[in-house]
Design a protein around this ligand. Structure first.
Ligand code: HEC
Ligand code: HEC
Length: 189
């Protein structure tokens, strides 16, 4: 048994891990330019991604990579990265805390949205703080973005992969979309 070789292999493993961590941080900085510092978005049409479930982030990124999910912006963003790098980015953002953002929201819309949200609570949680490790958080997510996503799930030409969300979204009226987005956006932790 050659201990020098074993030590060399171990050391290479440690250095590789450290190197991978540097790489993921460098890539993540590129994401900050739209998703905000550390993944907490300051732009109404761009979602916060810090603290979303790892499985959810990973699936979205790999779906874009595979061409299964439409997004003019994100389909281009994932191109330079391998599946391993995208998985590492998902893990990187998932371990950050979920931070609901304060927004200007109409109180009347929130009240109306609360009753609509009963159709969502089973999966997303009553306030939108999900707990099953795969459903995205909606509490304090940008209302404009939640509306945008609900429109995308309704649109059959988008063919979004989650059939249950498509069904739920197709049953919402325009007014209900506005209201439920306002309700979840107004919720804290
Ligand atoms: C040029 C701006 C821009 C950059 C840079 C960018 N994104 Fe995005 N991203 C968006 C927009 C806008 C959306 C939402 C709309 C959509 O789906 O197209 C989005 C959506 C996402 C989502 C889905 C979130 C959810 O809740 O469904 C994930 C995950 C994501 N981006 C991760 C990343 C990662 C990781 C990077 C860095 C490699 C990155 N993005 C870089 C603009 C950007
Ligand atoms: C059967 C469970 C279920 C129900 C009920 C449900 N959702 Fe979802 N929702 C999900 C899952 C799972 C996803 C992630 C799907 C994906 O990967 O495309 C999701 C995604 C979303 C997204 C996209 C979030 C993001 O970060 O991109 C929004 C917005 C959303 N749901 C809103 C709602 C609203 C509003 C309701 C109620 C009217 C609702 N959902 C009901 C399971 C559910």
């Amino acid at each position: 048994m050659n201990y020098r070789i074993i030590w060399g292999v171990l050391l290479a493993g440690i250095l590789n891990t450290a190197h991978a961590q540097d790489n993921v941080e460098a890539s993540a900085k590129m994401c900050f330019s739209c998703h905000g510092a550390n993944g907490v978005s300051m732009a109404a049409n761009t979602p916060s991604i810090a603290g979303q479930p790892e499985a959810y982030l990973k699936k979205a990124l790999l779906d874009w990579k595979a061409g299964l999910r439409h997004s003019a912006t994100m389909a281009g963003m994932v191109k330079p990265y391998s599946e391993e790098q995208l998985s590492a980015l998902a893990a990187y953002f998932a371990q950050k805390p979920w931070s609901p953002v304060a927004q200007n929201i109409d109180a009347g819309q929130v009240a109306l949205g609360k009753s609509v949200s009963e159709r969502c609570a089973g999966c997303h949680g009553e306030k939108g703080a999900s707990s099953d490790g795969e459903t995205p958080n909606l509490n304090g997510q940008w209302a404009g973005y939640v509306e945008l996503e609900l429109h995308e799930y309704r649109d059959d030409s988008e063919q979004l992969p989650n059939k249950k969300m498509r069904k739920v979204a197709q049953k919402l009226s325009e007014d209900e979309i506005k209201a439920v987005a306002a309700y979840f956006a107004s919720q804290g932790k």
